[in-house]
Design a protein around this ligand. Structure first.
Ligand SMILES: [Zn+2]
Length: 297
């Protein structure tokens, strides 16, 4: 989920200048999907609303340091997920429901990619270039992973895409992946080996031979942070209308229903309930509680 588009950049400029109108539009655009995500991760509705309010305040506070390298949605979801993890310590907060069920219990909190790589607070360190070397490495690997995913999609190889997605986005075990995909555990291991070889070839001379340079946890942290295989809102809309082509419809259903991607699920819920009652009352609440954090010119 890439960089800001033109209308997002315009909105950002308005918000930076302290426009309450711009901020109200921003809340209106994102509150539904954020609430749906928070509700899927918390038991009480009031908790979900508080978490979204805190997320909006964090967004405004971190505005001067926002690097515009990811879209608003990806950035907001990352802040929100971090707040949920901090609020419910010890509870699994995977990026997909399947991960909460199947993630390897042997590695502690495996629902969160290794803490060395996953920035603890996206508003602070994700964008602060705290570690230049790591940032550079992440950027190279992000591009290589994106290219690989595009290639799978363009060549219609959704089966391998699904396996690699389960490996890195969901951090499942080879055994579980094999069962879900209907292939042997050995096939999963082979595909993983081949994937790493391709990534290494794409990154080229910049990658040292050191094994940890592209560790599993780093690849997972990147995939989860950037939501590399997540679906565009327009694709979700087409899915709802049933206008996607066969292979795509199947893949989207896999991502939403089988993996249970919490981000895309939240987006879908939001699309389904657009303009429902209650949304505007909540917008009022979020507006009143956050507008004081807008910068004044
Ligand atoms: Zn997704």
């Amino acid at each position: 989920m890439g960089q800001l588009n033109e209308s997002e950049r315009y909105l950002l400029e308005q918000i930076r200048q302290g426009s309450a109108e711009g901020w109200s539009q921003f809340i209106d655009r994102y509150q539904g999907r954020l609430l749906a995500f928070a509700r899927s991760r918390t038991r009480r509705s009031a908790d979900a609303e508080d978490l979204v309010q805190d997320t909006l305040i964090s967004f405004l506070r971190a505005l001067p340091g926002f690097r515009e390298e990811s879209g608003f949605e990806t950035y907001l979801f990352a802040i929100l997920r971090r707040k949920i993890i901090d609020t419910y310590r010890g509870r699994k907060v995977g990026v997909c429901l399947l991960q909460d069920v199947l993630a390897d219990p042997g590695t502690g909190d495996s629902s969160v990619a290794d803490a060395r790589f996953a920035a603890p607070d996206p508003t602070a360190s994700w964008y602060a270039r705290a570690d230049e070397q790591l940032e550079k490495r992440k950027a190279l690997l992000t591009d290589a992973l994106r290219e690989m995913i595009d290639h799978y999609k363009q060549s219609g190889n959704f089966r391998d895409l699904q396996i690699v997605e389960m490996l890195y986005y969901c951090q499942l075990r080879n055994k579980d992946i094999g069962e879900i995909a209907g292939v042997s555990e050995k096939h999963v291991a082979m595909l993983k080996h081949r994937t790493l070889g391709r990534l290494r070839a794409r990154v080229g001379v910049e990658a040292p031979a050191d094994e940890t340079w592209m560790a599993d946890d780093l690849l997972s942290a990147i995939w989860q942070e950037q939501r590399l295989s997540c679906l565009k809102r327009s694709t979700l809309g087409a899915y709802l209308l049933g206008t996607l082509e066969g292979d795509w419809q199947t893949y989207v259903a896999f991502h939403l229903d089988r993996l249970g991607c919490a981000y895309c699920g939240a987006n879908l819920d939001d699309l389904k309930s657009q303009n429902s009652q209650g949304q505007s009352a909540l917008r009022q609440r979020f507006m009143e509680s956050t507008v004081g954090f807008l910068s004044r010119r």
